[in-house]
Design a protein around this ligand. Structure first.
Ligand code: PLP
Length: 495
């Protein structure tokens, strides 16, 4: 019982702990792990089925330097460790429920079982991002980033890592559906080669990592993770995927070859817009040690309360993401089937959307969206009768972007029609962020991506007409009605 966390069962009469239960040969599915991992009754003295909320900042030592494995809460806290164990199981795969946890030490408790991936929790997604870039790129290194990246990540890459770490960052378009290849019809191999060439041209001797999001924010482009993982390995650089938009229920980048997953748990993992958090999961032991060292040195850790809120939210992650995805597809289809023919909108973006008129790049992207779905998500979709080639598409998350058609052509500064639309919404809330149960809508130009270099915004298509929706779990009829009434106010000729 050396290193046993304090919240594990203690045996006052000194009797030996129970023999470990044999590990079950059965691998548990995502939804089962989401409910149980991190909340195993073996962790609680009472046998409670929820993780223990341990608010202690410090822990008793029985002799100088002899402690339960916990010394000081910034360095290690039982509730946070339970969360880290859960995060590792969501992003990293199977953690056996039947392991006898009381016989394990802290490393196993936090998820590093049999050399598998382990999780590290942070006080925000931004803290997780900064830590990973510092730990991997260090001083004088170089990184390659997907161009269409979250504005806060690009702010850290260019305005913090650049001047303070002397780190270079090259932005590269890593998607199929862009203007960069001139929209020419190509074979799949040629389409792949275009992306590989763009990345390879940016690689330098000091390049340490490739950073990508898939789907990207706010254009919802898909990035071919497996393809880029092979290229990263060939050049000896790490591939880091920000999995915030997909959530681990829909996509598990480590299984596609990524070295590190980061995410803002403020979004789908938290799911109720009431906790800010971040995570890192990696199977690489050297990186893990470094990232844990930085976590303790920086001290940007989530509080026990936030850790507990996240653990509670994670139990319903699959349920919520399925409903977000059903509603997301319904909204995207309505925009495509009603909004485009009536001239209200153009360029509807949703990873699973199957358009009536689909370009080769759009088709490739939809196929990639399907291929990158986790095994559990595919199991759910096939159980509900969804398939890759279904008319209208398949549910794949709650994020939808589109351009509203203003009467006069929009520019970087002209966003009047979009703003009237956003301010007329009654069920959708005009707000930044995403992934909560309530539907949100925003103008990336002036909100989430206001700090991005204007030239890069123009290149990406982030203008005064681009609107991003985070579709929640309300009744879908109410959501569609809300969009319709807001369009009537923003574009009176459509009424
Ligand atoms: N990554 C992505 C894709 C995001 O959208 C965000 C926030 O919106 C972050 C990282 C940063 O996360 P946080 O706001 O929790 O710091």
């Amino acid at each position: 019982m050396t290193n046993a966390p304090d919240s594990m069962p203690q045996r006052p009469n000194g009797e030996a702990p129970p023999a470990p239960r044999p590990a079950s040969a059965h691998s548990h599915s995502f939804a089962t792990r989401a409910v149980h991992i991190g909340s195993e009754p073996e962790f609680s003295r009472s046998g409670g089925v929820s993780a223990v909320l341990d608010l202690s900042t410090t822990y008793k030592q029985t002799k100088v330097g002899v402690h339960s494995g916990f010394e000081y809460s910034r360095s290690s806290n039982p509730t946070r460790l339970a969360l880290e164990r859960s995060l590792a199981s969501l992003e990293g795969g199977d953690v056996r429920l039947s392991e006898n946890l009381a016989n394990e030490g802290i490393e196993e408790f936090s998820g590093a079982w049999e050399g598998g991936p382990a999780g590290v929790a942070f006080s925000s997604g931004s803290a997780a991002t900064a830590t990973v870039i510092q730990a991997i790129v260090g001083h004088g290194g170089h990184m390659i980033s997907v161009g269409d990246v979250y504005g806060g990540t690009s702010r850290y890459q260019t305005k913090v890592a650049g001047p303070l770490q002397d780190a270079g960052c090259t932005y590269v378009d890593m998607s199929y559906s862009t203007k960069a290849d001139g929209g020419k019809v190509r074979t799949e191999e040629q389409q792949d080669q275009v992306i590989l060439d763009r990345i390879e041209q940016a690689i330098r001797p000091e390049t340490k990592l490739i950073w990508a999001e898939s789907p990207t924010n706010p254009m919802l482009s898909l990035v071919p993770i497996q393809l880029i993982a092979k290229l990263a390995k060939k050049h000896g650089v790490y591939l880091v995927i920000d999995n915030t938009f997909a959530s681990p229920y829909l996509q598990q980048p480590l299984s596609l070859g990524a070295d590190v997953v980061v995410a803002s748990s403020t979004k789908y993992l938290g799911g109720h817009s009431d906790v800010v958090g971040g995570l890192v999961v990696t199977p690489n032991p050297a990186l893990l040690t470094r990232i844990r060292f930085f976590q303790n040195a920086h001290g940007a850790v989530p509080s026990p309360f936030d850790s507990m809120l996240l653990l509670r939210s994670i139990k319903t992650l699959p349920l919520r993401v399925r409903e977000h995805s059903r509603n997301g597809l319904a909204v995207a289809r309505w925009l495509e089937e009603v909004g485009i023919p009536s001239g209200l909108v153009r360029d509807v973006r949703y990873p699973g959307l199957k358009r009536k008129q689909e370009s080769p790049a759009q088709r490739r992207e939809r196929h990639l969206a399907w291929d990158q779905l986790s095994a559990d998500a595919k199991k759910w979709l096939s159980r509900e009768g969804h398939e890759l080639e279904a008319e209208g598409g398949f549910p794949d998350g709650g994020m939808v972007s589109f351009h509203i058609n203003s009467p006069s052509p929009a520019s970087q500064t002209d966003s009047q029609t979009a703003e009237t639309f956003l301010e007329s919404l009654e069920v959708f809330t005009l707000a930044e962020s995403l992934g909560g149960v309530e539907s949100l809508a925003e103008l990336p130009l002036k909100m989430t991506h206001g700090g991005v270099d204007p030239a890069r915004r123009t290149e990406l298509g982030i203008d005064g007409e681009l609107i991003r929706l985070s579709v929640g779990v309300e009744d879908v009829d109410d959501l569609l009605h809300d969009l319709q009434q807001a369009f009537k106010k923003a574009i009176p000729s459509s009424a």
